[in-house]
Design a protein around this ligand. Structure first.
Ligand SMILES: Cc1cc2nc3c(=O)[nH]c(=O)nc-3n(C[C@H](O)[C@H](O)[C@H](O)COP(=O)(O)O)c2cc1C
Length: 218
């Protein structure tokens, strides 16, 4: 039986994307996000205008879409509640955000030079897509922008490629999925989520049970 509810969050499960963009000083910012989907080789990205990522994409008209696997939940979580913007907006302060100019250092991730785009790629991400931002327009409500990012070059960890083809093996690729602000891989929770804490989600998952440290003896 179904029940009609006033659903508060519609994040049913989408891949986490770490968008790298070039800052005005030439350094690279990382923006974790998950409102992303592809049609053919073009990606639709929904970003809050107050993010450094949205501002960088509007100015530079390019970005890299780095796709972490479930193994990278910890570094993603380390930069869940920080922004590259020096002026942290009120709504983010209320959720616990702080300013972090060095996202690579804070996450413990490694910069890898891109071939086309000015921003660096993220070495640890098995899939990296260099893109041109070809369109941007209003979406949902004021303060949100839908970006259209066209693929310019794709880099994939060779262990994930079906030998002799240009296809990723779906049995080998385990994307990090964001579901109701929690991190999942292969249908299972993989890490505690600062985002869920900041958003005050009601499920109180914390650290997944199978990953919790055993209670000290005695
Ligand atoms: C897993 C995850 C998914 C997120 N998804 C989105 C999203 O789809 N759109 C968005 O605007 N912000 C999203 N955020 C919040 C952004 O990461 C946040 O706005 C952050 O400040 C962006 O960094 P920046 O300001 O340095 O660009 C998400 C955060 C996390 C951790």
């Amino acid at each position: 039986m179904h029940t009609a509810i006033d659903l508060k969050v519609f994040y049913f499960g989408t891949p986490v994307v770490l968008i790298t963009t070039r800052n005005p000083d030439g350094s690279t910012n990382i923006g974790p996000m998950s409102s992303a989907w592809w049609l053919g080789t073009t990606c639709m990205l929904g970003m809050n205008d107050s993010s450094r990522t949205a501002r960088n994409m509007l100015r530079e008209r390019e970005c890299v879409l780095n796709l972490p696997s479930a193994e990278q939940a910890a570094p993603v979580n380390r930069i869940a509640l920080v922004t590259g913007e020096p002026e942290v907006p009120e709504h983010k302060i209320a959720r616990g955000y702080t300013h972090e100019p060095d996202k690579f250092g804070a996450a413990g991730l490694t910069e890898q030079e891109s071939e086309i785009v000015g921003a660096a790629r993220i070495l640890e991400c098995p899939v990296q897509i260099e893109c041109a931002v070809v369109d941007a327009g209003p979406f949902f409500r004021p303060g949100i922008t839908a970006f259209q990012a066209d693929t310019r070059r794709v880099h994939v960890d060779e262990d994930l490629v079906i030998p002799g083809t240009d296809y990723v093996d779906p049995l080998k690729w385990d994307p990090l999925i964001m579901k109701f602000c929690e991190y999942f891989g292969e249908g299972q929770p993989v890490h505690s989520s600062e985002l869920a804490r900041g958003w005050r989600m009601p499920h109180h998952m914390g650290e997944p049970e199978h990953l919790r440290a055993p209670a000290p003896a005695g």
